[in-house]
Design a protein around this ligand. Structure first.
Ligand code: FCB
Length: 457
């Protein structure tokens, strides 16, 4: 299969991504405490078929097999997250050594395979004990997060070069506290906006804790892996394009980004909060204290972007913010998300215009498909995923030709896993997981990605 239309520089970082609750399983093993997702999954109707992450892909026990799959794939880095409730089963206090031991075993295995670690500190599995005290709506959670992060830098900093603070804080705050479709399942705008600010604050405090930790200076990047040393956030900015050439649609496409993009991107990059958005919700004030904005804007080393699709936006004077999402005609993935590779290029340009030379990573990109194994269970032909990946890799290649400082790409996901409120019904992996026996079967897209990497390292 030709991959020749793609151009990537030597040193470009190729990776795959997962997250703790989605793959680890072993939910009660070695002292792990409950997280908000353990509780949310048990709420009737919250997750399709009542699925939960108790077993997931059992990566907790099967990590050697998964690392071997990555080694044969040829990736330079594995992006995974630490489960806060493994390390602090009740959210704070004294760390549980068995929690760190698991991640040390995983990191050692990665090191033996020559794969760098890109570690996300928080990918949504808040210790349940902290939720009982208000979760992210409570300022104290931001302080607990910084404390937890400091322990992680201390215990794992000699093995990890690349740190990410929060994964998609928009989803934590808005899906979790406003729409109620993610844990903790709350529907309260005032609580959601408090959560927005405390997540941003937690990010900034963790960056400060990193700068103060000896590991910030001590870590040595894995030779030739291309992994950057440092810390940054992972944001899922809302990608938008105007539905037409009309000026009012261009304005609408810009405004549509306020809640999902600017409530996070702007304060983190020293621009403060988007006042025009806040003005619409006087009943949901942000609990900003003196000095907070400086903490949130602590300089970062890079920015991670998760990109899946783009919205076309139309001006609509009837709707509360003056816009609505227009019907699109692109093919959609199994999530119903339109396939718009050009949106990734537009988003990378948007960010570069504002962040200049800051290195960028695509920290997630991928597609769900209704994958099935063939009759003898040895192969999974996932042509739609290959087409999706090819288009989005071409967008990355184009961004690089334009001089955008894109340093790496992490495919979501290494393996089919627990897709939040959709349970196990949506498959994003380039490796098929047979949930009856946890057997792993590389899909055709695994071999496609392997060949892309092999021809560009
Ligand atoms: C992102 C999440 C990730 C995964 C993908 C499909 O929003 O960060 O955990 O569920 O979507």
């Amino acid at each position: 299969m030709s991959t020749g239309d793609l151009q990537f520089p030597a040193g470009f970082l190729w990776g795959v991504a997962t997250a703790s609750y989605q793959v680890e399983g072993a939910a009660t093993v070695d002292g792990r405490g409950p997280s908000i997702w353990d509780a949310f999954c048990r709420r009737p109707g919250a997750v399709t078929h009542g699925h939960n992450g108790d077993v997931a892909c059992d990566q907790y026990h099967r990590y050697p097999e998964d690392v071997e799959l990555m080694r044969r794939l040829g990736v330079g880095a594995y992006r995974f997250s630490l489960a806060w409730p493994r390390i602090f089963p009740a959210g704070g206090g004294t760390p549980n050594p068995a929690g760190f031991d698991y991640y040390k075993r995983l990191l050692d295995e990665l090191q033996r395979a020559g794969i760098a670690a890109a570690v996300t500190l928080y990918h949504w599995d808040l210790p349940l004990a902290l939720q009982d005290a208000g979760g992210w709506a409570n300022r104290d959670t931001a302080l607990r997060f910084a404390d937890y992060a400091g322990h992680c830098f201390g215990a794992l900093g000699d093995r990890v070069d690349t740190w990410f603070t929060l994964n998609e804080p928009y989803c934590s705050a808005i899906l979790g506290y406003l729409e109620g479709v993610h844990a903790p399942g709350i529907r309260d705008r005032a609580a959601a906006y408090r959560a927005v600010h405390h997540l941003n604050l937690g990010h900034g405090l963790a960056v400060q804790a990193y700068r103060a930790s000896p590991s910030a200076a001590a870590a040595t990047p894995a030779p030739g892996s291309g992994a950057a040393r440092g810390i940054g956030p992972v944001l899922n900015l809302l990608a938008t394009r105007p539905a037409s050439a009309r000026a009012e649609d261009a304005d609408a496409a810009d405004r549509a980004q306020d809640l999902q993009s600017r409530m996070f991107f702007d304060p983190i990059f020293g621009r403060g909060y988007p006042e025009r958005h806040l003005a619409s919700y006087p009943q949901a004030p942000l609990p900003v204290e003196p000095g907070d904005l400086e903490i949130i804007a602590a300089p970062v080393d890079f920015l991670g972007l998760n990109y899946y699709w783009e919205e076309a936006v139309q001006a609509d004077p009837e709707s509360p913010h003056g816009f609505r999402f227009a019907v699109q005609w692109q093919p959609v993935t199994d999530m119903g998300w339109p396939v718009v590779p050009g949106g990734l290029l537009r988003q990378l340009r948007w960010v570069q215009q504002r962040c200049g030379a800051l290195p960028l990573y695509v920290t997630e990109n991928g597609c769900a498909a209704a994958d099935r194994l063939n009759a003898d269970g040895t192969r999974c032909a996932d042509r739609p995923r290959i087409d999706y990946l090819r288009g989005h890799l071409a967008a990355c290649s184009q961004a690089l030709q334009e001089g955008i400082p894109l340093a790496g790409y992490f495919l979501w996901s290494l393996i089919d896993n627990f897709e939040w409120s959709f349970g196990y019904t949506k498959r994003f992996g380039i490796v098929y997981c047979d949930y009856t026996d946890l057997r792993r079967v590389p899909k055709d897209s695994y071999y496609f990605y392997r060949d892309v990497i092999a021809s560009h390292v």
